[in-house]
Design a protein around this ligand. Structure first.
Ligand SMILES: [Zn+2]
Ligand SMILES: [Zn+2]
Length: 127
């Protein structure tokens, strides 16, 4: 699968049976539909809110539809790209960490194993 941001070939990282696609050039990460909830551990759905931005549109790496910009998470949250056909979610570098921090700030305790995984995977994120 190719990175929707920079077109590099992504590699697969497995965590707890979930396969994530990560771009080694731009450090973005793709979650197939439902995978983010699996990684975060408790299956709780995260709020998605449509938003507007001047940021470039990306195409879904699976179906090629133009992805929409959405805010995810509590308190306005983090802006990510979401496939309108429901294939999944794209996080640019740093955004997974930002989401984890905003969830913790909102009082949602993420399992230690999840935080360790995020730190290992995304050391630049400051999780
Ligand atoms: Zn990339
Ligand atoms: Zn799609």
């Amino acid at each position: 699968m190719k990175c929707p941001a920079c077109e590099s070939v992504m590699f697969v990282v497995e965590y707890e049976g979930v396969e994530l696609d990560v771009c080694q050039d731009c450090q973005g990460v793709w979650f197939d539909r439902g995978e983010l909830e699996l990684v975060l551990g408790d299956g709780a759905e995260l709020q998605l809110t449509a938003t507007h931005t001047d940021e470039a549109e990306r195409d879904c790496p699976l179906c090629r539809a133009a992805m929409g910009k959405m805010n995810i998470g509590p308190a306005g949250g983090v802006m990510i790209d979401v496939c309108p056909e429901g294939c999944g979610l794209w996080f640019d570098r740093g955004e997974v960490g930002d989401l984890a921090v905003s969830l913790q700030d909102a009082g949602r305790q993420l399992p230690q194993s999840v935080m360790d995984f995020l730190r290992r995977m995304f050391p630049a994120d400051g999780v």
